[in-house]
Ligand binder design. Structure first.
Ligand SMILES: CC(C)(COP(=O)(O)OP(=O)(O)OC[C@H]1O[C@@H](n2cnc3c(N)ncnc32)[C@H](O)[C@@H]1OP(=O)(O)O)[C@@H](O)C(=O)NCCC(=O)NCCS
Length: 146
């Protein structure tokens, strides 16, 4: 989907790509952020659609969308530490909008880690409700109407 920036955003279609996405999530959430493995792997990966950012055959970012009626639940947004601040998360969020629309969805909801709230605000999400703790990390619920 994107070429001038060096990485490509697309849906994970093979077992190998899904496996690479899960490995990146493990590195980012479990190793870097200390999220327990049983919370990171919630048993819903087979129900969801996974987007990936790939450059030179290396998986640099991922996120997951679960459709519940006209609402998509976005989660597991992770970018490899060495590839951050290059717009990869922003591009994954834009692709999530497109995928959700294509599936007939009208809204995306997510739990944002509060430190990353700006990322979501810049892409059109608004907070709803209070700050809460999930997996030991401060979060706020956010949503975007498409
Ligand atoms: C949060 C995360 C996904 C951002 O990925 P990224 O590809 O670096 O994000 P982008 O380059 O698209 O950032 C776009 C904008 O969001 C904001 N932003 C991104 N990371 C931020 C951070 N760590 N702190 C504050 N603002 C941030 C900035 O405004 C940034 O624009 P700028 O680089 O011009 O300042 C990445 O840091 C990550 O994987 N973190 C660990 C896992 C995590 O926290 N996931 C999110 C769960 S809610």
């Amino acid at each position: 989907m994107t070429s001038t920036v060096g990485y490509e955003i697309r849906r994970a279609t093979t077992e190998q790509e899904l496996h690479a996405a899960l490995e990146l999530r493990h590195d980012v959430f479990c190793v870097e952020q200390g999220v327990p493995e049983h919370e990171e792997l919630d048993g819903r990966d087979r129900d969801g659609l996974h987007l990936i950012a790939v450059e030179d055959n290396e998986l640099l970012g991922t996120c997951r969308l679960l459709m519940v009626g006209a609402t998509a639940q976005l989660s597991r947004l992770a970018v490899r530490a060495s590839a951050r601040r290059r717009g990869i998360a922003t591009a994954l969020l834009a692709a999530s909008d497109a995928q959700t629309r294509a599936a007939g969805g009208r809204r995306i909801v997510l739990h944002a880690q509060t430190y990353a709230r700006r990322l979501y605000e810049l892409t059109g999400y608004r907070p709803r409700g209070r700050v809460f703790t999930e997996a030991g990390i401060e979060h706020v619920a956010m949503e975007k109407h498409l």
